[in-house]
Design a protein around this ligand. Structure first.
Ligand code: SF4
Length: 420
């Protein structure tokens, strides 16, 4: 008999969530279906009743069909779900039931993280997360793979983590990110520096207790160490690479569109758009259903970094809550992030923050704001986190190479400082 792993709901006391029925998660999100979901939808006889197809097949997988505006075929005008209304919560596809929770099993427990693609999560509205424990437990039992022990995540490439090492790393990062005496810019720069320093250390010789001691030493050296190792402004090539990373995080292939246009045309259109985005000249090309439509890249460059926003305190609280929730909720490495080792996962988290900062400034420019407001940052974070750990292309070799590139010349430190 297989015993389900215990679940650990995100231990970030400051994070809350309840569904407020905004319906945003049912617009513009692609929902992949499992066999059990397909069987349920078939038994509910939707195609007979609605007279239209409710699923679509793309590259060998089946998805909920979306309408032309990106909304799920089951989303009603009042923002509610038709499946939920007619058959009840437990009859919806499992991915819909689970959202915004994200389950990441390791060798001993299933971490329950939370997606900031959800508006209520970003706005921190609702009940304490632990109050959702029994509901998450019930839903996760419908997804046996989320409760089966898998391997312990690696610390670095070809280096499995020893007992307690990942917990120690998570705790050190969490404590550093929670420091209110260090600026937000220094905290994220510090995280990039910590990941790079650990990447250079001969970790094979520093295991278990000595690894924890090394972490404590490195964390104690921050943020003073950053003063001794100041970085220059980001190089033009690094800024170009950052825009490419943003493009990869914003672009969302709509299953219906891709099918009707054909794969070749979809790939070609993406390639041209991606090139124009990374060149960063003239107007922003079409992306994510008109997000940033027509904004001039120069107006984006003119928006100051987030620290100079009048909303900087609220922005600080949001981004540090996000980073802490991502690390402690098991979404920064291992099963929660493409099976990646912890050090690469930390770098990806810093890059996601840099991309959020760029996108927030871009949204501010497109809305005619002089600074990025809290709403600009919330919207940007929602966009970036909807793909993080989920979109296959962000776990690809190309993305790994991008992170390798950012390791050179302090690239990650420079781009995160530039935006924050
Ligand atoms: S099935 Fe219901 S909950 Fe799932 S995306 Fe569609 S409208 Fe939303």
């Amino acid at each position: 008999m297989t015993v389900a792993l215990p679940i650990l709901v995100l231990p970030v006391a400051a994070q809350r969530y309840s569904c407020h029925g905004c319906g945003n998660c049912c617009r513009d999100f692609t929902v992949q279906l499992r066999d059990a979901d397909l069987a349920k939808l078939e038994a509910q006889k939707w195609e007979e009743r609605l007279g239209e197809r409710v699923t679509v097949e793309f590259r060998g997988r089946r998805y909920l069909r979306q309408r032309a505006d990106g909304a799920c075929v089951f989303l009603m005008d009042d923002g509610l779900c038709r499946v939920h209304k007619e058959f009840g919560f437990a009859e919806k596809p499992v991915a819909c039931q689970l959202f915004p929770f994200v389950l990441a099993p390791d060798d001993a427990k299933t971490h329950v993280g939370i997606s900031f693609a959800c508006q209520s999560v970003r706005e921190n509205k609702g009940a304490e997360l632990r109050s959702h424990l029994s509901e998450v437990d019930r839903m996760s039992r419908a997804l046996p793979e989320t409760r089966l022990a898998t391997h312990r995540p690696f610390l670095a490439d070809a280096m499995a983590a020893g007992d307690g090492e990942l917990d120690a790393l998570a705790q050190i990062c969490d404590r550093f990110l929670a420091r209110t005496d260090v600026t937000l810019r220094d905290r994220f720069d510090g995280l990039a520096w910590l990941a790079a320093s650990l990447g250079k250390a001969k970790l094979a010789e520093v295991r278990a207790k000595r690894f924890s001691e090394l972490l404590t030493l490195l964390a104690a050296a921050l943020p003073a160490e950053l003063e001794h190792l100041p970085v220059e402004p980001a190089l033009p090539k690094q800024v170009r690479m950052l825009r490419q990373a943003v493009y990869a995080r914003l672009e969302d292939v709509q299953v219906n569109d891709a099918k009707s246009r054909g794969r070749l045309r979809t790939v070609l259109a993406q390639l041209l758009s991606s090139r124009a985005f990374s060149r960063g000249k003239g107007r922003v090309p079409a992306i994510a259903r008109g997000l940033l439509a027509g904004t001039d890249f120069r107006t984006i460059d003119a928006i100051p970094p987030l620290s100079e926003s009048p909303d900087h305190e609220a922005i600080d609280a949001l981004l540090s809550r996000y980073a802490r929730a991502t690390i402690l909720g098991g979404r920064a490495w291992g099963a929660g992030y493409y099976g990646w080792p912890a050090l690469r996962g930390l770098q990806a988290l810093v890059l996601n923050i840099a991309c959020t900062a760029w996108t927030a400034r871009a949204l501010a420019a497109s809305r005619g704001h002089a600074h990025a407001t809290l709403d600009d940052v919330r919207d940007a974070l929602g966009r970036i986190d909807r793909h993080a750990g989920r979109a296959p292309w962000l776990g690809s070799v190309g993305e790994r190479l991008r992170l390798e590139y950012f390791r050179l010349d302090d690239g990650l430190r420079r781009v995160v400082r530039a935006g924050i």
